[in-house]
Design a protein. Structure first.
Length: 387
């Protein structure tokens, strides 16, 4: 009897091995004959295509590495596996995939560790820039969902420290720079839909609350009823979904148009082809639907508005600003938008040519305390102005 059971186990193990080997061989054959994909919409990243066989790549081992990546990226059923892996981790109580918490009804990006040295350096540089260009200057560092929506974090997840870092940064700025503590404003509206569930950005509603605070600091009052809300997508799945393989969660994207919205023209990167809107409808048919605002990030965007205002605003920003600018349009004669990550021209000349009267630094916490491109742009402007 024991011999019979042992024989059955061996046959079962052999059968399982044969089936598994068959699946792998079949997958390899299908992978070879199936056309390669160069991009994954699910993971929102480029995929490894079949590597060309070259002597140098064989010698340095890169061909073998690329071949491994090719098999992993092009494996038939990868998208299904990606989502099943998320469900397995979520079901077994795993709280975090990479730097993304699997929260209560939301994915929340982990707050980065504070870089106090870089934050102090930025405070000094902004102060030096303001001293050289004594314009009406404001700074708004936006806490992320890890700070504002802590109630959605998994049990025992460490609390965020973003607000303390922002407060410390603001304390280093002179009194004649408006340091806007938008964190308290967002916390007061914590029960509202201020951050996307599948993306690291704030929603248009979160941006509205920040815009209201900013404009109030400039002597201008706005109300929610001043704008018409227009839902443009209910199928947005953002960068955090792409990182984790999350299923079932999706977001709504709203745009807001002021009832007194002026006519305006938008020029990108001095291309000489102005368009009459800040919205890119084609982005709603792409993976990153947040790009409906300005079509994404450009080094330089200039908006000329048909208003009676005499104020010309310059914004140094990351992508959080993209959804807030829609609320500012009626209140300026022009808005000049610089993304320092991609900008290499002369800010001094831009300030003069665009007749800048106001400056706003607008960043989310994570990007502000890691990115160094703003320092390069500001220091270059200071050096040019001092020549």
């Amino acid at each position: 009897m024991k011999n019979k059971l042992a024989s059955m186990k061996r046959r079962s193990a052999l059968l399982f091995s044969v089936i598994l080997s068959g699946i792998l061989v079949l997958g390899l054959i299908i992978n070879v004959i199936w056309p390669d994909r160069d991009h994954s919409n699910v993971e929102n990243r480029p995929l490894q295509t079949f590597p060309a066989l070259q002597l140098q790549s064989l010698e340095d081992g890169s061909w073998t590495r690329n071949m491994t990546n090719w098999f992993s990226d092009q494996f038939v059923g990868r998208n299904l596996y990606f989502h099943l892996n998320y469900l397995l981790k979520k079901g077994t109580g795993i709280q975090k995939i990479d730097d993304v918490y699997l929260g209560k009804g939301a994915l929340i990006q982990e707050a980065g560790a504070p870089n106090e040295a870089l934050m102090s350096q930025k405070a000094q540089t902004i102060q030096a820039f303001h001293a050289r260009f004594p314009l009406n200057t404001s700074v708004m560092i936006v806490p992320t969902a890890a700070q504002i929506d802590q109630d959605k974090l998994p049990p025992f997840a460490p609390g965020a420290f973003e607000q303390q870092t922002i407060d410390s940064f603001y304390s280093q700025l002179p009194e004649d720079i408006h340091a806007l503590d938008v964190g308290k404003t967002l916390e007061k509206n914590q029960n509202k839909y201020q951050y996307y569930k599948t993306d690291h950005h704030w929603t248009s509603l979160g941006a509205y609350h920040a815009a209201k605070q900013f404009l109030k600091s400039q002597g201008m009052e706005i109300a929610y009823s001043d704008y018409e809300r227009m839902p443009v997508s209910n199928s947005f799945r953002g960068t955090l979904e792409s990182k984790t393989g999350s299923v079932f969660l999706k977001d709504t994207i709203d745009i807001y148009v002021a009832k007194n919205n002026p006519d305006y023209l938008v020029t990108y990167n001095n291309d000489g082809n102005p368009v009459p809107t800040i919205y890119d409808d084609e982005a709603l048919h792409r993976k990153d639907q947040y790009e409906v605002f300005f079509g994404g990030n450009d080094s330089l965007v200039q908006i000329n508005l048909n208003t009676d205002s005499t104020r010309h605003l310059l914004i140094f920003k990351d992508s959080y600003a993209n959804s807030m600018i829609q609320f500012l349009l009626p209140y300026y004669r022009s808005i000049t938008i610089v993304d320092p990550r991609y900008y290499y021209d002369d800010i001094t000349r831009l300030i003069e040519s665009d007749m800048i009267t106001d400056v706003l630094f607008l960043y989310n916490y994570n990007s502000f305390q890691t990115d160094t491109s703003l320092l390069d742009v500001l220091n270059s402007a200071i050096q040019t102005a001092n020549q």
